[in-house]
Design a protein around this ligand. Structure first.
Ligand code: WT7
Length: 657
């Protein structure tokens, strides 16, 4: 990490945007930051009272007595589903469209707040009939759908804790999550439709449960999506529509403490198995609501579209909770950006008059590439004038892609919010407020008001602007992770390690602040976590998947830069037999790639697999991943290799591509 002293181009806030924005100037932003500094618990308490509807008001904002297990608004009671649905219907917005759903094959369905409330209530009642109780975990393995949003909201309504598993994860991954969460019920669909293909879901649930360890599951409810014929296990499985048909569409919300776990979401760490990130109800919903209002400046007449799947945290905060809590209208899309062609997003923005669009840099890069080679899918073919604000999330955006997004999609007039956050943070942490911050391509600008982010050295001391360091958050915040499910020790070790002061939340990313503006740029993970197409993957998880194959003796996984996916997965493998070469190496690479697909899911399949007689190791047997990163990139090793047990292996691995 080196210092950038040259300030990059600043795009000023468009005057028209600023004049209408909730936070309409840098001075207004600074004032909020100052007010949070002056009275931190008071600042958050004020917003929690203003933005959320409480059944029982809280008397205390922040409880630090069991730090780092912080608690917010704990004696207050509320219900997330009530805040997302009932309160809007009660305010006369029942007929407002909550969701514009577009299916993979282009069928559009609109759902009003009143309808959504009725469907959520029916399912909530059905869950109660099935015996699901407050605090029980329910796993959702569903396509991107209205039913997915309904299932999450229905859990919230009865105080059950949902854990959504992305529909692209394998049976093994699903099994691990069901077991760790101790889920009593699974909601899935017969199949999902993506990019014109029907893909199984229920069959994978059956397979996951058959793998064992899922005895906690008493019931599987199945959404009918494609109507494909699927076998049912007698007494365990039922069609969701059948059980809902028997229920009333009125269900009183279960009032829960603000600290009640709203959901678990599994994410990759640098070691071992995925961690179940536990989020609260009150603090989480507060930040989902506040960031939707300030970062996205969501208005009653906006059409908001976040393209993330509900299987990821972005789909939780900016599909299921944030926009609904604000009473907004949003697009929910089942499919993929490249089907039937790479103009799908632009066509949908035009058709639904989307005004706020939020997507991932990987999608933008792929669509740029497509537009460059095929004029028919170029965004200029479409009327995108409804757009007023753009956003990105999940990985660093390269300035060239930023400029294209700004120019071609935003017509040079829409601000872009490059939002940095994590599964653990619940919502935006460092992000422009579009009416307040001039923009620099590639920078997420400044912390959201109330978030005390800083760049520090190993001792926790802040480094000067212009110098790289480690990103930390010095104060707790309402939507932060509460613990790792079943593993509070791992929570402490991962996020509040003794180095970096022990009192700071460690994000796991490096960052640098611009010498002049103080703007933050994220420089990437500092741990063994990869970011491939905005999806987070632990190198250890992929290594364990590889070594679980009977042919594999040892494996080391590293990332290398990739123009399209940000990072690509590169695996170095030692077999139990002699090193394969030529066609045999190619065949075995395919076998291993598919094995990783079966163990984790297609998104974890390594792009490169290289075979060696051994891996570069120190004399004490430690694999030198630093050198493997250099080789994976295709660079020559210039580092000192004198501590290596077997320096000759480097040449072999470099040539094995
Ligand atoms: C990691 C978190 C938060 C929703 C999606 C990902 C990287 C996220 C940005 C950004 C640079 C970013 C970080 C972070 N990341 N947003 N705007 N600029 N990097 O959530 O799976 O928990 O991954 O994604 O490395 O630590 P996640």
């Amino acid at each position: 990490m080196s210092g950038t002293t040259q300030p990059a181009t600043l795009y000023p806030v468009p005057a028209e945007f600023a004049s209408q924005a909730r936070i309409g100037s840098r001075a207004a932003y600074d004032e909020l930051v100052a007010s949070a500094q002056a009275d931190y618990p008071g600042y958050w308490a004020k917003h929690a009272r203003d933005l959320l509807t409480w059944h029982k008001p809280f008397t205390k904002s922040l409880d630090e007595s069991q730090a780092p297990f912080f608690k917010w608004f704990e004696d207050g009671e509320l219900n997330a589903s009530y805040n997302c649905l009932d309160r809007h219907v009660e305010a006369g917005l029942g007929d407002k469209v909550a969701i514009i759903f577009e299916s993979d094959d282009g069928i559009v369905t609109k759902v009003t707040y009143k309808e959504l409330l009725g469907r959520v209530s029916r399912l909530a009642n059905a869950l109660k009939t099935q015996g699901v109780q407050k605090g029980d975990r329910v796993v959702l393995y569903l396509p991107m759908s209205v039913d997915g949003v309904i299932a999450m909201q229905a859990c919230a309504r009865i105080g059950a804790t949902h854990s959504v598993v992305f529909g692209g994860f394998s049976a093994q991954s699903l099994r691990d999550r069901i077991e760790d969460a101790g889920a009593v019920l699974v909601i899935t669909a017969d199949e999902q439709k993506r990019g014109g293909k029907n893909l199984p879901l229920k069959a994978i649930v059956d397979e996951a449960i058959a793998l064992g360890g899922c005895d906690s599951v008493k019931q599987v409810l199945v959404v009918r999506r494609t109507g494909g014929s699927i076998p049912f296990v007698e007494g365990r499985d039922a069609w969701l529509e059948d059980v809902c048909a028997k229920e009333s569409d009125v269900c009183a919300p279960e009032w829960v403490s603000a600290e009640h776990p709203l959901f678990l979401l599994y994410t990759s760490g640098s070691t071992g198995k995925p961690k179940g990130v536990q989020h609260s109800t009150g603090g989480y919903l507060l930040h989902a609501t506040l960031t939707t209002q300030w970062t996205f400046d969501l208005r009653p007449d906006d059409v908001f579209w976040c393209t993330a799947d509900i299987g990821w945290v972005t789909g939780h905060t900016y599909v299921t909770y944030g926009p609904l809590s604000c009473g907004g209208t949003q697009v929910v899309f089942e499919g993929v950006p490249t089907y039937p062609d790479a103009a799908r997003f632009w066509r949908m923005i035009e058709a639904h008059k989307v005004s706020i669009f939020y997507t991932a840099p990987t999608a933008i890069r792929a669509l740029i590439k497509a537009a460059e080679t095929n004029a028919d899918v170029h965004p200029r073919q479409f009327n995108l004038t409804s757009l007023r604000l753009l956003g990105t999330v999940g990985e660093p955006i390269n300035p060239a892609a930023w400029e294209w997004y700004h120019r071609e999609i935003g017509a040079g007039k829409c601000p872009i919010v490059d939002t940095f956050w994590q599964t653990e943070t619940g919502g935006h942490m460092i992000t422009p407020l579009p009416g307040a911050h001039a923009l620099t391509p590639g920078s997420c600008t400044l912390p959201f008001p109330g978030i005390d982010a800083a760049v520090v050295d190993e001792t926790g001391k802040e480094v000067p602007w212009g110098q790289g360091g480690v990103l930390v958050v010095r104060k707790p915040w309402p939507s932060m992770i509460r613990t790792i499910w079943n593993d509070p020790e791992r929570f402490k070790k991962s996020y509040y390690p003794a180095d970096y002061n022990g009192k700071y939340y460690l994000a796991g990313d490096g960052a640098i602040r611009d010498a002049e503006t103080g703007y933050f740029t994220i420089t990437g993970r500092i741990d063994d976590v990869l970011n491939v197409s905005g999806h987070r993957m632990g190198t250890m998880e992929i290594e364990s998947a590889l070594v679980s194959h009977p042919l594999v003796a040892e494996a080391a996984v590293v990332g290398r830069p990739d123009d399209l996916t940000g990072e690509a997965i590169c695996a170095f493998v030692v077999l139990k037999r002699s090193r394969p070469t030529g066609d045999e190496a190619k065949q075995l690479a395919t076998v291993l790639r598919n094995h990783v697909g079966t163990e984790i899911g297609p998104i974890a399949k390594p792009k490169d697999i290289r075979f060696g007689d051994n891996l570069p190791k120190t004399r004490s047997g430690k694999i030198m991943r630093r050198l493997l990163r250099v080789i994976a990139k295709g660079d020559a090793v210039t580092q000192d290799t004198s501590t290596l047990e077997n320096p000759a292996i480097l040449d072999q691995l470099a040539q094995s591509n």
